[in-house]
Design a binder for this molecule. Structure first.
Ligand SMILES: NC(=O)c1ccc[n+]([C@@H]2O[C@H](COP(=O)([O-])OP(=O)(O)OC[C@H]3O[C@@H](n4cnc5c(N)ncnc54)[C@H](OP(=O)(O)O)[C@@H]3O)[C@@H](O)[C@H]2O)c1
Length: 296
């Protein structure tokens, strides 16, 4: 395939992630048009061969595939409004974070303007865009995904279509993304505890990495327990985690490190025990988290 055969692409939104997306398309030889609300952010991409469109209308008109990477779905709709009538027949792919409801609203707006729509999510940092194992998932119009799978794979080799319902990518994005802040906060708490002893955070990186590997290996086991609703074959019980929670106050007393962020997690353990799950696998926390509405 020559550069002349590559699909022309427009990228709207040139923040950290949008710029990385545009760079990946440029590096793969796609004729790439870019637009950003603050025009100065387009300069580095223009220097690498991108065409800088002065208006969103000109940007949308430049390519059959329009990829957006603004902060939210609402920002995206607001920015696209002047080009709404230019979207008919084009493939519109959003790559921002947002809720399933936000994705559904975006899909309805796109359909109302005749765009063929995919809502996607980049499950990695900007520097990983374009790598063979970088995960991006999409949901919505399967024909758009099939038509542009090779173009979209330029952004990351692990490219998945989750289904025709446009909100699925946002749902999985939130489901998987929920793990990030608790896991990182635990790492930051650990780093603070080490610093209180004059030790460097980097001394725990190898051990923390092995801990994450172990957690990763446990996920299919916990998923099977959750899917079956059988929590009785427990390797690690709710009560075991409750015993560990008692050490938070001791760590705070010894090091001054603030462990208060873990209080709601410890409360979750207490509520699970009160609901009769003390001797069950810790994955039974899902029963408490699911809440009455979804359980009905
Ligand atoms: N960075 C990451 O590590 C990462 C990882 C995965 C997913 N994401 C997701 O990718 C999306 C973009 O993230 P980012 O890191 O690129 O953010 P960013 O660097 O803050 O850039 C935000 C972009 O959105 C534009 N924007 C925001 N509101 C706008 C509006 N009302 N009208 C027009 N343009 C608007 C900004 O334009 P201006 O330049 O004019 O302000 C800028 O281009 C987010 O949904 C984020 O959650 C980011």
């Amino acid at each position: 395939m020559t550069a002349a055969d590559r699909t022309p692409v427009t990228v709207l939104g040139l923040g950290a992630m949008g710029s990385a997306l545009a760079e990946a398309f440029l590096a793969a030889g796609h004729p790439t048009t870019v637009w950003n609300r603050t025009p100065g952010r387009a300069a580095p991409l223009a220097a690498k061969g991108a065409r800088h469109a002065p208006t969103v209308r000109e940007a949308v008109a430049a390519a059959p595939l329009v990829v957006t990477c603004l902060t939210t779905f609402e920002d995206t709709r607001r920015a696209l409004e002047p080009a709404a009538h230019d979207l008919a027949g084009r493939a519109l792919v959003t790559l921002n974070s947002g809720s399933p409801a936000g994705a559904r609203a975006m899909a309805a707006w796109a359909a109302g303007n005749g765009a063929r729509f995919l809502a996607g999510a980049v499950k990695n940092v900007p520097s990983a865009v374009g790598a063979p194992d970088t995960l991006l998932y999409y949901s919505g119009d399967r024909t758009v995904f099939d038509a542009h799978a090779a173009d979209l794979r330029v952004l990351g080799g692990d490219t998945v279509h989750l289904g025709d319902e446009a909100d699925l990518a946002a749902l999985y994005e939130m489901a998987v993304g929920a793990m990030l802040l608790p896991a990182l906060t635990g790492f930051f708490q650990g780093a603070a505890a080490l610093q209180a002893r004059g030790l460097q955070a980097r001394t725990m990186v190898r051990f923390a990495g092995k801990w994450l590997d172990m957690i990763s290996a446990l996920l299919p086991v916990y998923a099977a327990e959750i899917d079956s609703g059988d929590y009785t074959d427990a390797a690690s019980t709710v009560d075991l985690f409750r015993a560990g929670a008692a050490h938070d106050a001791e760590l705070t007393a010894e090091t001054g490190v603030d462990t208060a962020w873990a209080a709601p997690l410890n409360d979750l353990l207490e509520r699970a025990a009160a609901a009769g799950h003390g001797g069950h696998s810790v994955s039974a926390l899902t029963e408490v988290l699911r809440g009455p509405r979804a359980a009905a």
